[in-house]
Write a protein that binds this ligand. Sequence first.
Ligand SMILES: [Ca+2]
Ligand SMILES: [Ca+2]
Length: 321
Amino acid sequence: MFDDRPQDLIRGGRGGPARRGARGRGVATRGDGEARLGQLAATATATCTSGTRSPAGAGAKPSAPRSPLLTTGTALRTFDDFVEDAGAAPDYCGANFVTNDTGTLTIGMHIHNRSGFSIDDTYAVLFDTDGSASTGGFRGGEYLLVFDGSMSELGRWDGSTYQTLTLQTPLAVTWVDGLGPAIRIGRSDLGNPAAFDFALVSFSGEDGDAAPDDGAWSYQLAPFELAAKSLTVGRAKAGNPLVARLLVIRTDFDVELTEGTIACTAKVGGTTIRGSGVFAGERARCTWRVPRNARGKTFAGSVAVTFDGVQAKRTFAVKVR
Ligand SMILES: [Ca+2]
Ligand SMILES: [Ca+2]
């Protein structure tokens, strides 16, 4: 629970200046960013079965864990809090998560006793970005993010209080069904830390939850990568279309990449063949037309996908029939 009164976390307190603005600075309007964040956050494991003080039940809604697509290399990390330690406030449970891509951090909060934002609830994330619990405000946090369903505000500790910052990257906030709030924040807005400690706080009236119960959790950022997995290449027949499909896994959420720029290159006997690319069925799909006079020659191609400044690429060579 709280070391301090939750009201003291926010300059101005509940009902004060931090809440009165219709929308906080840097809050993106609900749109594509929030929808995409919600889709991705929904892929993260959400279960209350670990980290529970009382056994399953307790209002928890466990869901089956996903099968990881990557064996190593994902930036996704989960953090478990006890349930039934929040009174009437939003109760963090198991499988809260943090991940990062090239420019942003995404944090998903698993709240088992809510199905959406409520006017009575406020959430906060403390970021201890200098690795010292003795610097910063609550739990050593150099940065404090406060949000609810209609506002958000990021403050930086100035030695005595959190001063509101103007964000470089719009903050995305959404509610993910079966999980809870998810936020995406620019790494540069937190001073580009390579690692940080953090704590999640909720409050509703006089009740609240802090996760973890004491201290903070640690997160180490990882390079954002795209892993080129299976490439399937169709039959190369002279005069017919040739299709190649590449499965690419993004390391931030360990899920199939379904967005980005696709490049389809190919050559037959020294001649460049123009191809076209599209995402279909969670694969990057390239299609070329095999020249009519190519029978017996080698069709050498590649499928490359670029997203968030990172590329994944696979090549192939097949004999034209
Ligand atoms: Ca809890
Ligand atoms: Ca600190």
